[in-house]
Each structure stands twice: as C-alpha cells, then as structure tokens.
Design a binder for this molecule. Structure first.
Ligand SMILES: Nc1ncnc2c1ncn2[C@@H]1O[C@H](COP(=O)(O)OP(=O)(O)OP(=O)(O)O)[C@@H](O)[C@H]1O
Ligand SMILES: [Mg+2]
Length: 337
C-alpha cells in the first residue's frame, strides 16, 4: 500500500543555500532521480528513454481499497465542487491519510471525467517531499477516490495571507517556502508535467512537532497537462486552465502551453507571500502590462534579489521568463544577506 519504497538520500550531498542555514536540507533532485530506478510506486510507470519523461497511463486499483481507510472528518466540501476531501485513518498502518473523492454526478462532461483520470495518473507519478504523495487511486460508478499524504497545517499560507492579510515577514522563512515550492515544481517539470493551477490554495503546509516552520507541498493535479516532446515540449491547451488571477498572459491566445505558465503563477504567489496582496491590486497596474509595481512602503525590508526573482518569473514574454532550474540558482538563494 502506501510508501512501499523509501527513497535513499545516502549518496547525496545536500545543496547548501546561503541563508537557509540548518533549517532545511535540499538535495540535487537530478542526482536523486538517476540514483532511483523507479521514482514512483506505480509498477506501470515507464520512463521514456528518449525524453526521460514518465509516460502517463491510467491504472486504477480495485475500489475495495477504500474499505481500508476509516473516515475521521471532512476537511473540504463545497456545494458546487465535485471534490470532497476527508481525513481518514489507514487501518493497517494507523496513519492519517486524506481521501479526495471526485463525485461522478458532479463531473458534467466527458472532458471533466478525462480530467479526473488524468489527475489520478499524473499525481501518482510524483515522488518528492514538496509534492503531496498519492498512495493509490480507484473508481466505482459513483466516484474517483484518491488516497494521499495528509498535510496537517494545510491552510497555513491561505490563513496568513488571504484571511489575515499578513505577509511572511521573516525573509529567511519566505526564502525557505520559495525553495520548497521551486524544488517541488522542479520535480513536476522534470516528470514532463505542467501543473497549470499553482496558487496558495494548492500549496499545503505540514509541520511535525520538532519542525521550526512548516514544509510546503504542492497538491491538486486536476488541471495538469502532460508535455509532448513532439510539440517542442509543449502541451495542447485544454478547455480549463488555471485560476483567474494566476494565469500567465500567453494562455489567452496560445493553443499550446509550456512549463513557463507555472513560473508565472509561482511569481504571483511569491509576490503575494511577500506583501499579502496581488500586483493587480496596486492602483494603476494592469495585469501583465508595464512595470511590475513594488510599493516602497511594502518592499523596503525586502531584498532586491527577491524583487528580481519575482520580476524574472513575471516576465511577460514566456521565452524570456526564468526557468525552474535557473530559479534554483538565483542570487536570492545564493547571495548571503
Ligand atoms: N492532502 C491534503 N491534506 C490536507 N488538506 C488537503 C489535502 N488535499 C486537499 N486538502 C484541502 O482541500 C482543499 C481542496 O483540495 P484540492 O485542491 O485537491 O481540490 P480541488 O480539486 O481544487 O477542489 P475544487 O474543484 O473545489 O477547487 C485544499 O485547498 C486543502 O485545503
Ligand atoms: Mg485545488
């Protein structure tokens, strides 16, 4: 069942970031990838020798697997949403596990059903500490059921930023969250996937007792697209893409999308984490047009490197936008403050 394979970090040297100190260790994921023959738990997962990307295919488990998880409480349920998120307990291991049910009677079109299947198989190919781990998925005539890792402080960032309009004030803390997200996104992109819905709602926090600050994990592959190497590493844009306010400007007109659109959304989230509002909320700034606004009173305690990284993510021309690999080497992380 869950967590069959422990990933070994033995041969790896942690990456050192100037300001993170001992609060978090990061590893070079490419090295890790090469050191693991099969990065996912899915026996059907295949890595294409030409592209290095995982080829995605849908292999649900027997739906009886759901009986191994005992319902504890409902975490998330909205009247119009097909998704219900519940906290369960795995009877075999005693561990807290989240079940995401996608109710078939609320999936109104064939495209939505296909998107649910796509979510299951794409998510199951993820294996990284900054991405919520999916343990198994199944379906019956009423629902798709996904069992996954539980993030025990899931709404931490949303509560702070959306509910209390409070930015992440401590620079080192913000830097760690930014690294968590970029590391997770690097893994997603390396698997040949564009997430397509990065936003605070899909960035969950988890904190163990001795952790000073929570770790951030990316969730929700409901809108994800699989990159096609034949299309120059792009994907054909599906009907539903992203969430208003986080969508890269090129999505409006282009029929094909690339990994760059996730970087745009990442830039927006970093901006929100730094000041607790979106750039479009600054008077005079229009979405994707003109200089990005950095109001002096909100940015005076922020490093210029952070502004520079955000500007590089929110570059309007997708060709010139920073990539996740370059973001990991950005002076915001490597310059000592
Ligand atoms: N693994 C998890 N651990 C803890 N909370 C979770 C987990 N997965 C989801 N949640 C909570 O449930 C919310 C909705 O989950 P998710 O983003 O997967 O659903 P969704 O498909 O976006 O739903 P909708 O279609 O209504 O937007 C998350 O924002 C989070 O608050
Ligand atoms: Mg979501």
């Amino acid at each position: 069942m869950e967590d069959k394979k422990e990933v070994s970090f033995d041969d790896l040297t942690p990456l050192k970031y100037a300001n993170v100190g001992d609060r978090r260790e990061y590893y070079h994921r490419e090295v890790l990838k090469q050191s693991c023959e099969n990065i996912t738990d899915d026996p059907n997962a295949k890595v294409s020798p030409e592209t290095g990307f995982i080829t995605v295919s849908y292999h649900p488990r027997d739906h009886d697997i759901c009986s191994q998880y005992e319902k504890q409480s409902t975490i998330y349920e909205l009247p119009l949403s097909p998704s219900i998120i519940t906290l369960t307990k795995c009877q075999e291991t005693g561990r807290d596990i989240v079940k995401k049910s996608m109710l078939k009677d609320k999936l109104m079109s064939d495209d939505m059903v296909k998107a649910a299947e796509n979510e299951c198989c794409v998510h199951s190919y993820m294996s990284h500490e900054n991405v919520i781990k999916l343990h198994n998925y199944s379906e019956d005539e009423t629902e798709f059921a996904l069992h996954m890792e539980y993030a025990n402080k899931s709404r931490y960032l949303q509560e702070l930023i959306y509910d209390h309009h409070t930015p992440i004030e401590e620079e080192q803390e913000l830097q760690i969250y930014a690294l968590d997200l970029i590391q997770g996104l690097n893994h997603i992109h390396n698997q040949g996937i564009i997430h397509c819905d990065l936003k605070l709602d899909n960035m969950l926090a988890h904190q163990e007792e001795d952790d000073e600050i929570p770790i951030i994990k990316i969730c929700d592959f409901g809108l994800s697209h699989v990159i096609d190497p034949q299309l120059g590493n792009k994907a054909i844009k599906k009907n539903t893409i992203g969430t208003w306010g986080y969508i890269a400007p090129e999505c409006a007109n282009n029929t094909h999308i690339g990994r760059e659109i996730d970087i745009w959304s990442l830039g927006l989230t970093l901006y929100e984490m730094a000041v607790a509002y979106k750039p479009t909320q600054v008077k005079g700034y229009e979405y994707g047009q003109g200089e990005l606004p950095f109001r002096k009173r909100d940015w005076r305690n922020r490093s210029t490197e952070l502004q520079d990284l955000i500007k590089a993510c929110l570059e309007v021309d997708p060709e010139k936008r920073i990539t996740v690999t370059d973001a990991l080497q950005h002076p915001y992380f490597t310059t000592e403050v």
